[in-house]
Write a protein that binds this ligand. Structure first.
Ligand code: PMP
Length: 280
């Protein structure tokens, strides 16, 4: 497998990250995960745009779009992976440890690809989630490498035998530890607005687009943990989890504990987007 670090494509077995890379000390960088389905990137431009925006949000202004694109395309071309997830991160640079930005450093790009399979079983059966306090910072719209709270909260779910932790601020649901959260109530699809309290997921945006195009009433409005308990349907989205139905929250069934009909419809619409990448 061929990966990339700081200007070079190298064999993944030989990948070594510089210990003074600010990602190591501070998580001082941003990242993206992009899916490749049957040899084609999915929502490529959206991910590249978000990476550049995230970088700008942390004052990494000199990240060139063409460098990002050539790394991503290089990884795709040099690896024979038809169905994969490509990881790319950009850090502020390599320098002696000091909190303040070092002078004269260049951003460091790291990227690699792994095989990925679609989570079809959980998409059909649905999953359990738990809820927990969202104690993250107030810049959650940045896809930052600082994921400690997300890591701790994902582990909470795993320990509880659940798939995801849905986070809330004083009872208002924001998003999952690595996903966006949606509910359906009285045929209206509801999800937290794209502000500083959530990452505006590319899958979230895709689902909203598909729903609107299919005449589903959509509300980008905050909902509460109680609304989640009492929802007709619930699901979460992400690049790797796609549209995953939530059938149980904090050990309580969502409605009758079955995957909802609108959720299924959105899953089908999402699937047809993937088919469009590789028409038969
Ligand atoms: N929220 C958070 C906190 C995430 O980490 C992710 C995925 N990395 C998402 C939402 C979903 O974003 P996307 O659909 O772009 O993968």
């Amino acid at each position: 497998k061929i990966s990339y670090y700081n200007g070079e494509f190298i064999n993944d077995d030989d990948m070594k990250v510089e210990y003074k890379d600010r990602a190591v000390y501070f998580g001082d960088g941003v990242y993206e995960v992009i899916r490749i389905y049957d040899g084609e990137f999915f929502t490529f431009d959206e991910h590249v745009d978000r990476l550049i925006n995230s970088a700008r949000e942390i004052d990494i202004d000199d990240l060139e779009r063409e460098d990002v694109v050539s790394v991503l395309q290089g990884i795709k071309e040099k690896n024979n992976i038809e169905n994969g997830a490509l990881y790319i991160q950009v850090t502020r640079g390599i320098a002696v440890r000091n909190h303040n930005y070092p002078a004269g450093v260049e951003p460091v790009i790291m990227a690699y690809i792994n095989e990925a399979v679609r989570p079809l079983t959980q998409q059909e059966a649905g999953v359990n989630v738990v809820t927990s306090l969202d104690y993250r910072w107030l810049k959650c719209h940045i896809k930052s490498l600082n994921l400690l709270a997300n890591v701790l909260e994902k582990e909470r779910a795993v320990k509880a035998g659940a798939k995801e932790t849905i986070l809330h601020r004083e009872g208002t649901v924001t998003e999952g530890s690595s996903t966006n959260a949606f509910i359906v109530k009285d045929d209206v699809l509801i999800t937290h607005p794209a502000n500083n309290l959530i990452l505006n997921g590319i899958t979230r945006q895709e689902v909203l687009k598909l729903a609107k195009a299919d005449n589903v009433e959509v509300k980008e409005e905050a909902f509460s943990v109680d609304d989640l308990y009492e929802a007709d349907e619930a699901f979460f989205t992400s690049t790797t989890q796609e549209i995953t139905p939530i059938v149980q929250v904090d050990n309580k069934l969502v409605k009758d504990g079955e995957v909802g009909t609108l959720t299924k419809r959105l899953q089908n619409l999402f699937d047809s987007q993937l088919n469009k990448l590789n028409p038969v």
